[in-house]
Design a protein. Structure first.
Length: 85
């Protein structure tokens, strides 16, 4: 037992014990974890899609505003050119 206590008393022994525990318990926890994390991951993806759509809507508004400004600027330039001619 002294050898076992010497091994488990070190960082290497602790790592081995954790690794063995994960190897034994891991296959049991993975399905349960997957069942819990899948809905959370789905919500994250849905949030990303909603943010993307919101960004598209905002960009459309900016595009229209800039388009209006460009049209006004072109009209003003044409008026100035007509006045100079």
């Amino acid at each position: 037992m002294a050898v076992l206590e010497d091994i488990l008393g070190t960082k290497l022994g602790t790592g081995i014990a954790v690794g063995l525990g994960a190897a034994v318990v891991g296959p049991l926890l993975i399905p349960a974890t997957r069942a819990l994390l899948r809905p959370a991951a789905k919500l994250v993806v849905q949030g990303g899609i909603a943010a993307y759509r919101g960004g598209l809507a905002a960009w459309e508004g900016v595009r229209q505003s800039v388009g209006d400004l460009v049209a006004e600027a072109q009209a003003d330039l044409e008026k100035e050119n007509r006045g100079q001619a």
